[in-house]
Write a protein that binds this ligand. Structure first.
Ligand code: BES
Ligand code: ZN
Length: 607
């Protein structure tokens, strides 16, 4: 009967958009969902486990007999209802990447469920580092990475971006370490190693985050600051000096920052991503500490997520472009505001080069090049590529161009307010932009052609033309080099990291070891302390079997765990027999330092 009613409702409301399915959760929020978490955990470095109680406040229909959560590699000890009565539960069949449904039987009066649990030492979200794997080499370190669907490996939760809740946490750690979360944070250690946190804004589970290590805090501005290991704090504070300015620039474009403070923690080098937009506290790789502030657009990116992603959240991972495309667009607007248009133009062009290459490698007609993805029966981590970022960005720039910046900004402002602390799926977005921006303007609608961008492959023809004067001048330098000018005589004064990246990318890919040597001698690429330049150069070095760079490549691959850098270098290495041997030998050494997210990808690549 219930089924029948649902079916009827759907057919009698043809205009209603169906709730999209999140393939990556077992939760059935229409039956029962969580609204608040009270977490009480102990972090144990000896056993590499987190143990404690997750008490969820729940909401349910009158008829719901159970609530379903996601769990992976967790051991459950017992579950109480309303803090008093033990209840029965089942952990269903385990599926790859999804884990198991944790079905908790409820009583009609159930308001909370308290899950007593323990994580596994191999929990995918957790990386336990030995002192040797940190910058200061004195204390162990733990950090989490919950996006996309790894939160379920350290907290039993409804692990869907479409389900939000507030949280409090009490976390016990060794007294010599500082605990930090995606919440209001302490700025110094407590004497007993006990920390209390509160996140009063509703967030989805992929933004749950915890870091435990010997870190110190340094303020940047009144609402901004940085955490890092003692030996990194000075450099980090220097690098991020513009954070407060970024925050103010962002607010001037898209309205109030809603999360209180904005801080960044610089993690040890094995952090598998560049950055992760954990609310209040962005997690960042140390590979952006270049010494010259040239890679800080990454901070602008994670900050921008405070609006696109954390405030207005993709409902499922199929809608990932709504998080990342808007964030890249906003990131470049922030960089334009603080560094000027020529700077932002360089970022856009590098991004466009990236996505052009990605489309080529995925296949110009492949559905994974659509903005709207279909990740059913797949590990979301696999389908989340550059497409969401740079094709998403290209669409938004194309729309901006078609309607003018003023109208576009007014639209985005309204969009962020309308959907604040809510989730949105692609179809809802299309409906909203058609109503609020495109309206009945048929010509405009045809000019933008949302359908081709969102449900079609590759980069549609109506994409705006990206250009950069600063890169045009690099192109001239390249021409002059091609015509025989010696490297030392080339016009490279005042080049930023971005000009160098463009230069390296545009070099003939088969230039040979003599030319490589000549360039290297003049510009010192092999010993570059800049991770982006190094990665681009090392990839080219492998292409050309430029052996001089190999010791540095080995050093890089064993000390850095950022997947974006590992992938292109290993991928290039395995193209030849000798390269394969080198790659495998290095990987054997390096693998213990990599995070699960990185080993997943590299195992697959090197198998
Ligand atoms: N949210 C992403 C990181 C992410 C995406 C983690 C998907 C897990 C699954 C973050 O905002 C991001 O995009 N980081 C980029 C840097 C950015 C400047 C493009 C990265 O890590 O390279
Ligand atoms: Zn992002």
């Amino acid at each position: 009967m219930a089924l029948l009613i649902t079916a009827c409702e759907k057919t009698t409301q043809p205009n209603m958009i169906n709730t999209p399915t999140d393939w990556h959760t077992y939760a059935q929020p229409n039956q029962a969902r969580v609204t608040h978490l009270n977490l009480d955990i102990n972090v144990d470095f000896d056993t590499k486990t987190i143990e404690g109680v997750a008490t969820w406040t729940i909401e349910k229909t009158d008829t719901a007999k159970a609530i379903i959560l996601d769990a992976k590699d967790l051991s459950i000890q017992k579950i109480l209802i309303n803090d008093s009565v033990e209840t029965s539960y089942t952990l269903g069949e385990e599926k790859p990447w999804l884990g198991s449904p944790l079905t908790v039987n409820l009583t009609p009066d159930a308001k909370t469920i308290s899950i007593y649990y323990k994580t596994s030492p191999t929990a995918a979200a957790l990386q336990w580092l030995s002192p040797q794997q940190t910058a200061d080499k004195k204390h162990p370190f733990l950090f989490t990475q919950s996006q996309a669907i790894l939160a379920r490996t350290w907290i039993p939760c409804q692990d869907s971006p479409g389900i939000r809740y507030t949280y409090d946490a009490k976390v016990k750690v060794p007294a010599e370490l500082l605990a930090l979360m995606s919440a209001d944070n302490p700025i110094a250690k407590t004497t007993d190693g006990i920390y209390n946190f509160k996140q009063g804004k509703p967030i989805p589970s992929y933004l749950m985050a915890l870091s435990v290590g010997d870190v110190v805090f340094r303020p940047i501005g009144p609402k901004t600051g940085v955490y890092a290991e003692p030996s990194m704090i000075e450099k980090s504070a220097y690098e991020f000096a513009d954070m407060q300015k970024m925050l103010e620039a962002a607010e001037a474009i898209y309205g109030e920052y809603r999360w209180g403070r904005y801080d960044v923690i610089v993690l040890p080098p094995s952090f598998p991503f560049g950055g992760m937009e954990n609310p209040v506290l962005t997690f960042a790789t140390p590979t952006i500490i270049a010494g010259d502030r040239s890679l800080v657009s990454l901070v602008a990116h994670e900050l921008a997520h405070s609006w696109s992603g954390n405030l207005v959240t993709n409902a499922t991972w199929d809608d990932f472009w709504l998080n990342e495309g808007f964030t890249v667009y906003f990131e470049r607007r922030i960089m334009e505001a603080i560094e000027g248009k020529p700077y932002a133009d360089m970022l856009s062009l590098l991004g466009f080069q990236d996505v052009t290459e990605t489309v080529e490698s995925i296949g110009a007609n492949h559905p994974d090049t659509h903005l709207k993805l279909n990740l059913k029966d797949r590990d979301p981590d696999e389908g989340l590529t550059d497409i969401a970022y740079e094709k998403g960005f290209a669409l938004l720039r194309t729309i901006e161009d078609a309607v003018g910046r003023e109208r576009f900004d007014a639209f985005i402002n309204k969009y962020f307010n309308e959907f604040a602390f809510k989730t949105i799926h692609t179809e809802q977005f299309i409906q909203y932009i058609n109503k609020e921006l495109i309206g009945s303007d048929k010509a405009l609608s045809a000019k933008i052609n949302l359908d081709a961008w969102i449900y079609g492959p590759g980069i549609p023809d109506n994409v705006v033309a990206f250009s950069s004067d600063r890169f045009a001048s690099v192109d001239k330098t390249l021409e002059s080099w091609n015509a025989g000018t010696k490297p030392a005589a080339l016009e490279t004064k005042n080049w930023s990291t971005h000009e160098w990246m463009h230069f390296i990318r545009k070099l003939p890919q088969d230039l040979g070891t003599d030319k490589m040597k000549e360039l290297d001698t003049a510009f010192g690429f092999t010993k570059s302390g800049n991770s982006e330049i190094a990665c681009a150069w090392y990839t080219l070095s492998v292409k050309n079997q430029y052996k001089t760079a190999y010791p540095a490549i080995e050093q890089f691959l064993t000390s850095v765990g950022r997947r974006k850098f590992l992938t292109p270098i290993y991928r290039e290495l395995i193209k030849t027999e000798s390269g394969k041997q080198f790659a495998n030998a290095v990987y054997k050494k390096a693998r213990p330092n990599y995070h699960y997210v990185a080993t997943q990808t590299m195992d697959e690549l090197l198998k």
